[in-house]
Design a protein around this ligand. Sequence first.
Ligand SMILES: [Fe+2]
Length: 205
Amino acid sequence: MSEAIPVPSKFAHLVLKTSRFKEQRKFYQDLLGARIVHEAPGIVFLSYDDEHHRLAIMERPGILPKLHNMAGVDHHAYTYDTLENLLITWQRMKADGHEPVWCVHHGGTISIYYQDRDKNVIETQVDVFNSVEETNEFLLGDDFQSNPIGVDFDPEDLWQRLEEGEAWETLKLRTPSGPRDPATIPRAYLGGFAWTMLQLRSRLR
Ligand SMILES: [Fe+2]
């Protein structure tokens, strides 16, 4: 018998509980382009790939929206194959009235964050590097050490450059900006309480 500790073969799914069942179902179907795999009163299984369900939503009457000042999951993230697909999703969401809460080039990923109807935060992203090895190397380097938060960008600007035919090789570059104070992360992403606490900490330093 192998002495190696067994590890999961994959991350399987996420389950959300909500009292806004219909709104949440629509939001995630729209965001992920997901199909319904199973549906019964008060529960839906969604998937967008070969997994039987990646996301389930359960209706729980009386459940309150998430508060950003509670411990637990900060966000869940989904990778797109291309910048174009990330930005097409951004355009679709915008057309549906869902503006991002944060657009940031983390270095390893170009990321666009949204908030669902219960204030859960979802990251959509595209990998900047061609391999996990290259990303890991970047994460150990000086650029990421000096600014692990990222550099904000305007998706409108990125979309325009993409449409004008600019190559991925330059679109993917992060403008070097040096260290970044967490207090500069948008309030819409952090929530009012965390944002205020970070402002206070920043001023007291
Ligand atoms: Fe993330």
